[in-house]
Design a protein around this ligand. Sequence first.
Ligand SMILES: [Zn+2]
Length: 303
Amino acid sequence: MNAQRTLRRAVSCTGIGLHSGTKVTLSLKPAPAGSGIRFSRRDLGGLEIPATVAHLASISYATGLSCGEGAVETVEHVLAALVGLGVDNALVELNHPEVPIMDGSASPFVYLIHEAGVKTLNAPRRFLKVVRPIALSSGDKRIALYPSDHFKVTYSISFDHPLLRHQARTLEISEESFIEQIASARTFGFLKEVEMLRQNGLALGGSLDNAIVLGDTGALNALRFEDEFVRHKILDVLGDLALVGYPIIGHVVAHRGGHALHTAFAARILEECDAWRLVEGELDSPATGAPVMAPVKNAAALD
Ligand SMILES: [Zn+2]
């Protein structure tokens, strides 16, 4: 886990955009060490949009990025799958602005990454190690990051709905825990909001095949986990915090967050540069113990 990783070969899938309803092809391709995760618009001559907070675009119902004339939307689930499986460098190619929603979870992207295979690169991975708390809140929504020896997420939600009045979960994030407990949790929406979204030209591709839809008393489709909702929130925050650009060593604690708060927090983390250090995995770490970390010298450049 101390070396950077990329994909072994290129893989593709086709699906529809949740909001546009348009058919779109997504390809995942290998990328060199240090290049990070970048989106590329094939329909705009391969225009590249790095998956970093510097390229955040304001979109209310999902996370979007832009660069010059190009934009990509609903990037969070594919980003969660990539970072969840420890892929540091990859090119995500699209022929449309919106990432396909697939089944509303990250599982189809996990399957795709497994199809491609993962390759270790001869470059150390840099981690962002939290040394003092960072917090951000907006009304009753809040998110914070605390020092910890591992990457952990605690998430809690509460809605005025009988199925999800209160759900909370803490998870230490590893490739295994991500795949088994988080990746297949689907996005969710309220039936009464769907009409409003459609009137605004959104959720045109939404159906019971790609989202849990909640009526007044329960879900219209069968759940994969009793607490699938809070698991999906963990999936979302992992995808949104991927925009920090480094794997985090720290404990994320969030309550009632959404993409706007998650992504604002990703930017806040980078701003509060005295609250963390960059540490580097040593490529020849002893096989016995925990990962050996060394402080990164001259870690000034965050672009
Ligand atoms: Zn989501």
